[in-house]
Design a protein around this ligand. Sequence first.
Ligand code: C2E
Ligand code: MG
Ligand code: MG
Ligand code: MG
Length: 283
Amino acid sequence: RAKDEGRNGFRYYSEELTARAFERVLLESSLHRALERDEFELFYQPQLDLVSGELRGLEALVRWRHPEMGLVPPDKFIPLAEESGIIVAMGEWILERACTQMRSWQHAGVIDEAVLISVNLSPKQFDQHALSEMVDGTLSRTGLAPAGLELEITESTMMRSIERTGHVLGALRELGVKVAIDDFGTGYSSLAHLKRLPLTKLKIDKSFVSDIPGDLNDVAIAKAIIALASSLSLEVLAEGVETREQQDFLTREGCHTGQGYLFSRPLEVAALERFLLTLHRLV
Ligand code: C2E
Ligand code: MG
Ligand code: MG
Ligand code: MG
């Protein structure tokens, strides 16, 4: 009897696997099609000076405008795009779109050239051996100045192979592009490596921002990251700023740039342009 159950259990398991593999293939091919049909769209979230309220940057965040499902958030498709390798083509599209959009805002005079465009890079993209050539080509084609582009990588991307990371970051920095560490504090960075790598910014992960100033552990972590950035001469930005108290705390502690729902959610192009008008009206 136990044996039967075992056999049934096994059969059930393998059917389950097959179904999941099937779903995966379906989703993968629909991601390919979505790219061909131009169904991906970039939203932009403002990054502001927490003291003056001036615009410092925009983070490009991808969404999938699915014909039936509507707007699909990145958490639902980026992991699979990453696993299947589609992220490389998708990532090139994202970079090109973000740079083109930024250049067009600069031309229209709605955004100052000192404002950065931040683009997330996935680990697979970072492994592409011609990454800096791809970035260089995109900058030339779109006409965006290298100093106007910031690439965001995560700690795990950075820490996988330190030799390679040093090489890739060196090539990107040589182009004049900036490099930020995203979700900082959630991974396992080595301080020695942080010091050695040519980085420009640490982005404090929103999980450490959401419970300040009430949670003393998060307060300690946020303060430590701000101090670390300062001693390494890196810029620092807080993600997920949702309250005035968080803004005040960060400002007091020396973190003068932030992004979050307190100021704006990620916005589609037309909505972002309206947001910029309200900013201009403030000055
Ligand atoms: P991320 O790069 O850390 O992006 C920040 C995420 O925090 C965004 O979620 C943003 O909407 C959200 N966020 C911003 N302010 C607040 C806030 O005040 N409170 C809260 N609770 N959340 C806030 P989103 O757009 O859903 O993106 C999720 C993740 O997907 C990103 O995290 C990034 O890892 C990935 N992703 C998004 N776009 C791209 C892309 O173009 N390429 C790659 N490779 N990954 C992307
Ligand atoms: Mg990011
Ligand atoms: Mg982040
Ligand atoms: Mg994240």
